[in-house]
Design a binder for this molecule. Sequence first.
Ligand code: KIV
Ligand code: ZN
Length: 504
Amino acid sequence: MSNQVYLFDTTLRDGEQSPGVNLNAAEKVQIAKQLAILGIDVLEAGFPITSPGDFAAVQAVAREVKGATVAALARASFKDIDTAWEAIKEAEQPRIHTFIATSDIHLKYKLNKDRRQVLEIAVAAVKHAGKYTNDIEFSAEDASRSDLAYLCQVLEAVITAGAKVVNIPDTVGYTTPEEYHNLVTEIIKRVPNIDQAIISVHCHDDLGLAVANSLAAVSAGARQVEGTVNGIGERAGNAALEEVIMALQTRRDIYHLTTNTNTKEIYRTSRLIAGLTGMPVQANKAIIGKNAFAHESGIHQDGMLKERTTYEIMNPAMVGVAKSNLVLGKHSGRHAFKERLIELGYQLAEDELNKAFGRFKELTGKKKEISDYDLEAIVAEEARETTKKYNLDYLHISSGTTVVPTATVGITIEGEKTAMAACGDGPIDAIYKAIDKITNLHLVLEEYVINAVTGGKDALGEVTVKLRQAANGKIYIGRGVSTDILEASAKAYINATNKVAVSD
Ligand code: KIV
Ligand code: ZN
């Protein structure tokens, strides 16, 4: 058996099914390109039949992303499969991923079909997909709660029909490491043609066991692991791929397995996804949380100073965590700025570099010392601002304990300057009302989160907003950074508004 584990990332499909997450095509392409740089083998770009928007996004990923297989999800129906193929057919390496549930619970209550019917549908679906490509993955949804003999019968039949990867999802996050290990072991024993397919696992985190279950399955012989970056996904989410990758790498002495990933890209990928999905990573999250490599206790700090490995099992540099030492200030020139970005892994085009350097210089007027985290925040903001209908020109705020908060906001709309004033319950409410007057879009503020990028009174404030479009309920996420939190708030709102404008 090969010692290579393939990584299947479903951040853009299962991850996007997280409540309140809505990625547009440009954002999906941006994430997919970064996932390819990370070394993910298979990218599940979406579920094309579900909406024209999802179809377009999957098609854009298929056209633009190189170096990884691009998969599209399809129920075991010919129409779904035709649509999935239409969306991915231009990919370098397209894969059709078709699924149907195999557990009695799903058969009875969801599908209203018997076991024989489901078996026939699964086989027909795989054969139909085979008219388009050899790269076919079949998922037996709710496999971990399915009757073992029946599951094995379905797997054998779909492999005979042409499936090259068979996925055994723990759809509801119910299994445990021992049980899942046994399940994979039994499948290998009982499915006679299993050597003609790769066994894949797909775990949800309802009991907090998704990563442990995935690793248990891998030790039993599974060779593809599905998951998402930051563990986002339906309900409690999917197996966090960064944890799977680092567990396999850090405990190679146990697993003796390799992946194709460039682990130094993990942190950057995580930040990008957290930013674009509006789902922040908790501070104590393994591998990529803010505290994952922070040592607070005196005893630990003392140990670290003597020898890093006393309290660190992984070197933060290995996952691309930026050093938090202070690097640049107002005397730093363009060259030093560029060099530091290259060290952090950012290769910007000339015009992007010029814009980012302009932002950096602006920032040095307000903040004495600029850390790696600040630089990343600036670069991420520049990367986000691709298509801009609305540009913030200025903000005037009048606020205090004894005055009605009032904001005047100046915005350029496609080259034309305009301004509006509004009063509100607070200065941010006033700013948002003034922006709404200008754009005339009916948006509801669903969520507002503010974080300091680094410590200190002059820290950059990073605001994330979620706006809901009243007409269709769609969610748009925006982010803005500034040392002035009111400006960051306005930028975040305008960033989300620009996404509404693009999607209309
Ligand atoms: O959780 C699940 O079963 C899925 C399948 C569609 C693979 O997401
Ligand atoms: Zn899933």
